[in-house]
Design a protein around this ligand. Structure first.
Ligand code: ZN
Length: 403
């Protein structure tokens, strides 16, 4: 379901009445056309060209999501798309669906028949023509038909939003609407516990939908969590008993909370949670005597482990070799970066799931730690533009002898 207003809708309505016959609708108004594609039967007041374009978008998305979940679409999805509700007659549309579309949203109704342990589900989608609502609802329809349910609200609505924004199988970058990003960065972050709370209802608000999207996008694409995410989703949609977010991710909750905070803070179009996956594995070590701590830092990734555990007040020597670029065919830069500081090696201290303010490293010969912690470093660049960076720099850190 896709909300526009704060109106409350019921979730996943199970219709046991007979479905509207297509011929009745087709005859009703001249302006309502019927169009077919491989997986969709579209009835709409959009014109022929717009309908073809929409079906194309829906098929592309369906192809992506069915490959993601590893199951073919389980039957033709009937979809009603409303450009102008004045072209339609309300008595041919189920009342809840009519309420949804007249308030600018959408609704997916699923009829599920169970015989013994076998079941069959048939979904019908009602959606307004804009803001990705048909795609959002089509994700629900696919999930309901393929798996029998769409999972708890956080997963169901979060993944419908992920599907709505997904355009290319290889592209993991954030493509959501700028107003969503603006909202997410302007309010206090919702903690995991609230996002995955089971006492939520669908259609509550687009703001809640955007929080669910942040979590599903993060878990789906961040390399620390993505492997467990798909099996979790499949278990939730097929209603495997006793499987929840917490049974799968509970032991990593602190790490996810930290990365979720980082994601929301740095969120922008083009942001890549995969490239910014936090390195929880590399061992850090304090610099003792004349020992050198070395690491290789990639231009195209977010914060990376320097391996150095720093101590408050200690001064360390910094030496770097190598060059990197921060745009396609861009100028080769050293760790000092360009005149504006782009391409410069910068650092941050991680201590007990908190980060210090970032500080300059690449143009310095030494740095003095302002606190204890693990030193993470990266190539200074806009968060949404890491993917086109190339090259790496070797970093060597050493404790300065106090004379
Ligand atoms: Zn929805």
């Amino acid at each position: 379901m896709f909300p526009r207003s704060a109106k409350i809708f019921s979730f996943l309505v199970l219709l046991f009445c007979s479905l509207l016959s297509s011929s009745a609708l087709a005859q009703e108004r001249a302006s309502i056309g019927e169009y077919r594609s491989r997986n969709f039967l579209l009835r709409t007041d959009l014109d022929k060209e717009e309908s073809a374009e929409l079906l194309n978008r829906l098929e592309t998305m369906l192809d992506l999501i069915s490959r993601y979940w590893g199951k073919k679409n389980a039957g033709l999805i009937e979809i009603y798309v409303f450009e102008n509700t004045a072209n339609w007659s309300s008595d041919t549309i189920p009342p809840q669906a009519w309420d949804s579309v007249t308030s600018g949203g959408g609704l997916t109704m699923t009829q599920k028949r169970t015989i013994g342990r076998a079941w069959q589900a048939k979904a019908i989608v009602y959606a307004i023509a804009d803001r990705g609502t048909p795609q959002h609802e089509a994700v629900h329809a696919y999930c309901a038909q393929a798996f029998g349910s769409t999972g708890p609200v956080w997963y169901s609505e979060g993944m419908a939003e992920v599907g709505k924004y997904w355009q290319d199988p290889k592209d993991k970058s954030v493509t959501c609407d700028p107003y969503v990003i603006e909202y997410l960065k302007s309010v206090e972050r919702k903690p995991l516990k609230e996002i995955v709370d089971l006492n939520q209802f669908t259609g509550d608000s687009w703001q809640n939908y955007s929080w669910r999207w942040t979590l599903c996008h993060l878990l789906g694409f961040n390399e620390n969590y993505s492997q467990r995410f798909k099996p979790l989703g499949l278990a939730l949609m097929t209603e495997v008993p006793n499987v929840t977010f917490w049974t799968v991710y509970g032991s990593m909750a602190k790490e996810i909370e930290f990365e979720h905070k980082l994601f929301v803070e740095n969120l922008c179009v083009g942001y890549r949670v995969d490239l910014c996956s936090w390195d929880w594995k590399t061992k850090f070590t304090p610099a003792r005597g004349s020992r050198t701590v070395s690491s290789k830092i990639e231009a195209s990734e977010g914060w990376q482990a320097s391996r150095l555990e720093v101590e408050d007040g200690q001064t360390y020597s910094v030496s770097t070799t190598g060059e990197w670029t921060i745009e396609a065919d861009g100028e080769q830069l050293t760790a000092a970066g360009d005149d504006e500081g782009y391409g410069r090696l910068i650092g941050v201290l991680f201590n007990d799931y908190e980060l210090s303010e970032p500080f300059d490293l690449g143009s310095e010969e030494t740095f003095t730690a302002r606190g204890d912690g693990q030193l993470y470093v990266r190539c200074q660049d806009d968060w949404g533009q890491l993917a086109d960076n190339e090259g790496s720099i070797s970093l060597r850190l050493q404790l300065m002898r106090s004379e």
